[in-house]
Design a protein around this ligand. Sequence first.
Ligand code: ASP
Ligand code: CP
Length: 328
Amino acid sequence: MSATRKSKKKSTPEAVYRFPHRHLLGIEGLSAEEIELILDLADSYVEQNRQPNKKSDVLRGRTLINLFFEDSTRTRTSFELAGKRLGADVINMSVSTSSIKKGETLMDTAMTLNAMHPDVLCVRHGDSGAVKLLSEKVNCAVVNGGDGTHEHPTQALLDAQTIRRRKGKIAGLTVAICGDILHSRVARSNMHLLSTMGARVRLVAPPTLLPAAVDRYGVEVFNNIKDGIAGCDIVMMLRLQQERMKGMFVPSIREYFHFFGLTAEKLAFAKPDALVMHPGPMNRGVEIDSELADDIDRSLIREQVEMGVAVRMACFDLLTRDNPGNEP
Ligand code: ASP
Ligand code: CP
């Protein structure tokens, strides 16, 4: 599929009908075919991003606004870069210096920005469901950059692209998602995506860091990391989301690292060619051993960041086409 598009009218008709969504709010509800469409298109953007001239005019004349109510390094900068590489005008709204500080509500802020006719609004918010609520008030496409403990769809897509490029497939692989599952939107989006694409998903965490209804997720659950990663193809580590915790969820960081932190010794229980992933930001020595995180033969962490830009370019491209589903 071509990564360049001269005008809205020249969209690939096939892609138009295969991605009939106005927003990207979550992975839940996307079909395997739609996920594959995003990943295939992202592959062409990986190539574009590796050229000296990284720019195209797919989004020329379009406006993208980043609205982040929670801190971010990777997601916010890659949304910005993705928009710029496609030729869009990109505005980063700083919540800390905005009129939200004067008491303006999320909905009034959304409606104010909407009046400026953006084409895409990328939003991160601390409350699960807040991005969907906002999407109901605006005329443009909304991309969820992470909402509370609910979903982080572009993260799961970039993880999938990283896995697919390194392992050649997703279906049939065994993926262990380890750590703070309870508070992780990355875990939730990945569970949806990996199950939809035919991977076997395992969750590995102490009982205190697992959701109450975990048996309804249709995944295997382990409280011991060595058993949980035994025979796995991919080991995905998660940060302890201290900012979402009220009270103590682990006895101590030292003990947590001892039992649940990924080390080369524990990774030896996985397949010999198993690869390690982490969405970032990492807390070295808490959920992952520092040397292992930097081991380029085992760790995909830097590749995940690279894929993040390409996947977000693919999402913007598809969401701004003349889709039947994305008409205002
Ligand atoms: N950056 C990811 C998120 O925002 C993971 C994390 O913060 O631990 O969900
Ligand atoms: N992985 C991720 O979402 O990172 P940031 O929180 O830095 O955006």
